[in-house]
Design a protein around this ligand. Structure first.
Ligand SMILES: Cc1ncc(C[n+]2csc(CCOP(=O)(O)OP(=O)(O)O)c2C)c(N)n1
Length: 316
């Protein structure tokens, strides 16, 4: 994927998130969201290294991953608004977006679960003789979840074709990573016998290069790779954070953190007119997406239980 395409993706995610935040404020999106603003380079760079049939698992902060893997922005926005035309017919909402046809196995609000699900999926593809790679996105907070460490162990032991992508934004909600993770994140992953690297998660091209190598390794049967992408969450942990009046990041820290903006880093690689053209294209796309989402009906309350259960027949 080229320079312009990477810019298009980071810009799409940024503007999608900014619009989603304003829809939370206007009451169109109920229940709030966990904004991905500031971390866009990771989703864009990682997904650019994947084939359409490769799969991802995502987290509570998942809009960027899902959009970068190709989800339709109108259907994603409709999902956040709980509408029928949503990716999951409005039943999943912000934290449960899935589109199996695009290899999006699902966002998941259980911290650490994405790693186990991706490992299981990759192992199943390996057993079927397919060369599909799974990528798991998770935060630094997930590094203390036992199930993720179990997934690392089995993935390394069985050479499962999975890439673990840790988005280290420095905090798990308000808990600084230094107060929660003993040793280093990359060092911990290395202890499982897999290659592990710390990379600049603000630069989409660096993320793409590192992921391309990791995916190549996984596809050729050499097993998992761990990428710790250092990043910064520009916005609140959750859109309702302000209600709690939390004050865990200083003004100085926020301004230093926000000074390395992935949209600006990638945008600086484009000519001014080229960048303006992409920006206009994204605004038009999102205007149309907002129109489609707002124009879609809410599900009939009487159908609230539809799609909640799968029959045993389907499961088999
Ligand atoms: C198993 C589990 N424990 C606790 C929570 C509550 N929780 C939601 S988000 C979050 C912080 C996650 O931090 P991190 O993994 O670093 O991701 P980030 O929010 O920084 O993107 C916590 C503790 C949860 N959803 N699941």
């Amino acid at each position: 994927m080229g320079t312009v395409d990477l810019y298009r993706t980071v810009r799409l995610i940024r503007r999608f998130e900014e619009r989603a935040i304003s829809f939370v404020r206007s009451g169109e999106i109920v229940g709030g969201i966990h904004p991905y603003v500031g971390q866009e380079a990771i989703a864009a760079g990682v997904c650019a290294a994947l084939r359409p049939d490769d799969v991802i698992t995502s987290t509570h902060r998942g809009h960027g991953h899902v959009l970068a893997k190709g989800a339709n922005p109108a259907r994603m926005l409709a999902e956040l608004m709980g509408r029928e035309s949503g990716l999951n017919k409005g039943r999943g909402g912000s934290m449960h977006a899935a589109d199996f046809g695009l290899g999006i196995l699902g966002a998941n609000a259980i911290v650490g679960a994405a790693g186990s699900i991706a490992t299981g999926a990759a192992w199943a593809y390996q057993r079927q003789g397919k060369d599909i790679v799974a990528v798991s996105f998770f935060g630094d907070g997930a590094m203390n979840e036992g199930m993720l460490l179990e997934a690392f162990n089995l993935a390394a032991l069985w050479r499962v074709p999975v890439v673990f992508v840790c988005e280290n934004n420095g905090y798990a909600t308000t808990m600084p990573v230094e107060s929660a993770v003993a040793g280093s994140i990359t060092g911990r992953a290395r202890a499982f016998g897999m290659p592990a690297f710390t990379i600049d998660g603000q630069d989409p091209e660096k993320v793409l290069a590192a992921t391309t190598a990791a995916v190549g390794r996984a596809r050729s049967g050499r097993g998992p790779t761990f990428l710790e992408c250092t990043t910064y969450r520009f916005d609140a942990h959750h859109t309702f954070e302000h209600r709690a009046r939390l004050n865990y990041r200083s003004t100085e820290e926020l301004s230093t953190g926000r000074s390395r903006d992935p949209v600006e880093i990638q945008g600086a690689r484009l000519a001014a007119e080229q960048r303006a053209a992409v920006d206009a294209e994204i605004e038009a796309l999102l205007d149309a997406a907002a129109g489609i989402a707002m124009g879609s009906a809410h599900p009939d309350p009487a159908a609230a239980l539809e799609f909640l259960y799968a029959s045993a027949e389907v499961m088999r």
